[in-house]
Design a binder for this molecule. Structure first.
Ligand SMILES: [Fe+2]
Length: 321
């Protein structure tokens, strides 16, 4: 049974849980968490002992227990957490990457973000030549509200952004609740919402074998083990429909327009400026993220986030099939 077949009529539309916040969620202090000292001690010891490639995963019982509890807070709460206190400062970048991946590996299973198997993805301005259609994560321009990997059959359940370097200006993170927009549509326009439970075409971002289709077909809303779930990137859908040579039908056009207005409504958008050493963990199936454009300090001193995708369902491959 495909995901959308589980839920395809307005009468069966379920409401989302507490991640459906309709206003800026509670003060940041209520979703900011400091890694406790026993975890820090454990991670400092781990970092001091370089492991060879292929070594078994380290046992980090305190960190594991804390990250699992954090996951319960994310799932049962607002769908987000800002983690501080991971001992990243003063370390070389390879150690920072290893530490970030190891800490988040206690939260859930890390999955590839590209066909080449990349599990720790660099979000920074790579200064691509103008004119090329490139992923915005490799530029300094603003990004619209979206979930990551929306074109994938098993879209990432969580994403984490670890800030190694922030820009002197811009680069502000914006957060909004897709679950809340879902629930508003359920109340006000269930017919349009039902259209979003049926497949739309998605641009696959060239992350496929050369001979494969350049677009996928996935519904915007579906259900997972937590509840109502979704994927969203307006631009990727419009580009996907173009690649498929299938103009959006009128219902889909109206539904996407309505959804965009809801998720962009200012009263529901939280903003924060990630600071160096902070780790933002998001429920990628219920919350949206974006960032404003930014200017780097210089060509060599660049804003740099490490992006990690986490998903326990499906296979440990990019698509998860
Ligand atoms: Fe993203």
């Amino acid at each position: 049974m495909s995901t959308f077949e589980t839920l395809d009529a307005p009468a069966s539309l379920a409401a989302a849980g507490p991640s459906a916040w309709h206003r800026e969620p509670a003060p940041i202090a209520s979703w900011r968490f400091e890694l406790p000292p026993d975890c820090r001690v454990e991670l400092e010891a781990f970092a001091a002992e370089p492991t060879a490639d292929g070594a078994p995963a380290p046992r980090l019982p305190a960190t594991r227990a804390w990250m699992r509890a954090l996951r319960e807070r994310v799932d049962g709460g607002l769908g987000l957490a800002l983690v501080e206190g991971v001992p990243l400062a003063g370390r070389a970048e390879p150690e920072q990457r290893r530490l970030a991946a190891t800490v988040l590996g206690q939260f859930g299973r890390l999955v590839p973000q590209k066909l080449d198997g990349t599990r720790v993805y660099d979000v920074r301005d790579e200064r691509p030549p103008p004119g090329l259609r490139v992923r915005r994560s490799t530029t300094n321009v603003s990004q619209e509200l979206h979930t990551d990997g929306g074109w994938l059959h098993h879209t990432p359940a969580y994403i984490a952004l670890t800030c190694l370097k922030q820009a002197p200006s811009g680069g502000i993170s914006r957060l909004s609740s897709l679950a809340a927009a879902h629930d508003t549509m359920r109340e006000t326009c269930p017919d349009l919402l039902a259209r979003l439970y049926r497949p739309l075409c998605w641009d696959r971002q060239s992350e496929h074998e050369p001979e494969a289709a350049r677009f996928s077909r996935e519904p915007l809303f579906f259900h997972d083990t937590v509840g109502v779930a979704g994927r969203y990137y307006d631009d990727y859908v419009r580009e996907g429909q173009r690649l498929a040579r299938e103009p959006l039908d009128a219902m889909a056009e109206d539904a996407l327009e309505t959804l965009r207005e809801l998720v962009e409504a200012e009263r529901g958008v939280a903003t924060l400026r990630l600071e160096e050493g902070q780790m933002l963990v998001l429920d990628n199936r219920r919350l949206l993220h974006a960032r404003t454009g930014f200017e780097d300090a210089s060509v060599t001193v660049r804003r740099h986030l490490l992006r990690i995708w986490i998903r326990d369902d499906g296979a440990a491959t990019l698509e998860g099939r």
